[in-house]
Design a protein around this ligand. Structure first.
Ligand code: HXC
Length: 516
């Protein structure tokens, strides 16, 4: 074969490989409103930036006539490219080839990519669409899954790992996405579960649909497995692009700083009046966030899961930060099992990747009740405490209103190495709310009083005036300053500038033992 022919031969082989399982399978995928693996990669990466690896890799299985079912690439497209000019390593499972099922060789392709991402310090992105373990292979496939899981764990905290679920993801296959930092699911066309509805019916006698058992809406609002339920593949990919813009390439870098045209000292009239006179009335903490961040641009994570805590990314003077905020507009902003776990995981991600934390506090405490206690509120609440305590990134805290009890300690308090802690004049830093406190302190005297209700109301007002304000905490130095709400943006920007070169460490150890 002369050189010309050799090159034509290569182009032929490439064209054939690009067809995956064949045009009929591609048509079937399109007919279901789903994109192919290559189309997905093309839509995420900068045009022309994708370079494919292992396009000609094939499986080695000879069971069940598999020697006759061989496709170049073996059901997965892997390689690297750029998103907004920054390198990422990416794979997309190709459902047109044996349902994107995971073979020994597919696992090798993924592992190669994981190793490269880790060595070269770039994010690792997986676009999942697979029937799970390649049934014809058996143990080789399981071994492959395990090799991937190991690398997911090794890469954790080294490079950001992001998963999109764009089709089936069942059985043990769910654990690789679960080990990554962020999981995005596409509504209606994706699902994740350990065992499908048929097994659930046989074992638990429960009737449940695929959507109810493992759909994007359920995982994004109830289980917290997914960070976002995307309306479409395009929406899922746009979410990933935006997420990448806020985070660094690896744990040795900081996130990109973007030019900021929003004045750093822009005052906010809204914040002057946002706290209702009645301390038990709700307000929307998202408004506080939007009023203070650059251009009101806030990228929320897990919006639908445990909305009593808000987490997400934003920028102050172009510097990327992780925001954690109690949400008084939902369950009064109380900390419960789900919100504690949501907050803890986000704080730990930011700490892994050198992203400063800005925390807005309005929390009446931990949610009481048997459901919470039986569910391990103590163990789970300890997670957010642990996460804040071990975090060494800059930590800026603003108490807008309530900071009661254990929840005060937990929410990036001075005692957990908060760097700069501010309070608004409306802040109430106390062991508990005044009605609860008076109930404990004066219930006996109230019974003896001529008008118990009036007596308790008077004591409540007394307690509130004495304790539920920021000045006692300020006298002790537990808050660094009491600030005018309108100036919050300027103060946070300054606090972040002050702490930008912060260096703090934890004692040398193999690793801590977070209460899981
Ligand atoms: C081999 C598979 C496959 C698999 C699908 N295919 N899953 N081949 N191994 N796991 C093939 C089908 O035979 C079919 O081939 C093609 O992919 C498309 O599948 P369809 O069934 O036609 O598609 P659809 O109707 O959309 O259904 C998709 C599906 C279903 C729901 C994913 O295929 C399915 O239930 N698959 C099996 C799922 C499963 O039980 N996986 C193992 C889980 S256990 P042809 O040639 O007809 O096109 C597991 C353990 C991992 O993963 C443990 C790790 C620790």
């Amino acid at each position: 074969m002369n050189t010309q022919k050799q090159q034509e031969h290569l182009l032929d082989l490439q064209a054939k490989a690009r067809l995956g399982g064949g045009q009929d399978k591609i048509d079937k995928q399109h007919a279901q409103g789903r994109l192919t693996a290559r189309e997905r990669i093309d839509r995420l990466l900068d045009p022309g930036s994708f370079e494919e690896f292992d396009m000609f890799k094939t499986h080695r299985c000879r069971n069940f006539g598999m020697e006759k079912t061989v496709f170049a690439g073996d059901g997965i497209v892997t390689g690297h490219g750029t998103v907004n000019g920054r390198i990422v390593y990416i794979y997309a499972q190709d459902f047109t080839v044996l349902g994107g099922s995971l073979s020994e060789t597919m696992a090798e392709k993924i592992c190669k990519l994981q190793d490269l991402a880790m060595k070269n310090g770039a994010p690792f992105i997986g676009l999942n669409d697979s029937g799970g373990a390649r049934i014809q292979e058996g143990i080789e496939s399981l071994a492959g899954f395990s090799d991937i899981f190991l690398r997911n764990v090794m890469a954790s905290g080294v490079v950001p790992q992001i998963s999109a679920i764009l089709g089936p993801c069942a059985g043990g296959a769910v654990y690789s996405p679960a080990l990554t930092d962020f999981t995005i699911m596409e509504r209606k066309s994706s699902y994740m579960f350990l065992t499908g509805p048929k097994v659930v019916k046989a074992v638990c006698y429960e009737d449940v649909t695929v959507e109810e058992l493992g759909g994007a809406d359920m995982h994004s609002s109830q289980s917290g497995v997914s960070d976002y339920a995307a309306e479409s593949t395009e929406d899922a990919l746009a979410y990933i692009k935006r997420l990448l813009s806020f985070i660094p390439q690896n744990n040795l870098e900081t996130a990109p700083i973007v030019p900021c045209d929003d004045p750093v000292d822009r005052p906010s009239k809204v914040l002057q009046t946002i706290i209702p006179d009645n301390t038990n009335m709700a307000y929307d903490m998202k408004q506080v966030i939007l009023e203070t961040v650059d251009n009101g641009d806030f990228f929320e994570i897990k919006e639908k899961f445990a909305p009593n805590i808000i987490v997400g990314f934003a920028r102050y003077n172009g510097v990327s930060v992780g925001i954690v905020a109690n949400q008084p507009a939902h369950l009064s902003g109380v900390l419960d099992i789900d919100s504690s776990v949501k907050g803890a995981r986000f704080v730990r991600f930011c700490d892994c990747f050198n992203i400063p934390l800005v925390t807005f506090v309005d929390v009446p405490g931990f949610l009481p009740g048997t459901a919470q206690e039986y569910g391990g509120a103590i163990r789970n609440g300890a997670k957010i405490l642990y996460a804040y305590a071990e975090a060494t990134v800059p930590k800026v805290t603003v108490i807008t209103r309530k900071a009661y009890g254990g929840a005060y300690c937990v929410m990036s308090s001075k005692h957990l190495r908060g760097d700069i802690n501010y309070a608004w004049p409306s802040a109430e830093v106390a062991v508990m709310g005044s009605s609860g406190a008076v109930e404990v302190l004066y219930s006996r005297q109230a019974k003896a009083a001529s008008d118990p209700k009036a007596f308790l109301a008077e004591k409540e007002a007394e307690y509130h005036d004495a304790v539920s304000n920021p000045y006692v905490a300020a006298e002790r130095g537990y808050v660094d300053d009491i600030i005018v709400p309108a100036t919050t943006r300027a103060r946070i920007v300054r606090a972040l500038a002050l702490t930008q070169n912060k260096r703090d460490t934890n004692p040398m150890k193999k690793h801590g033992n977070i209460p899981l």
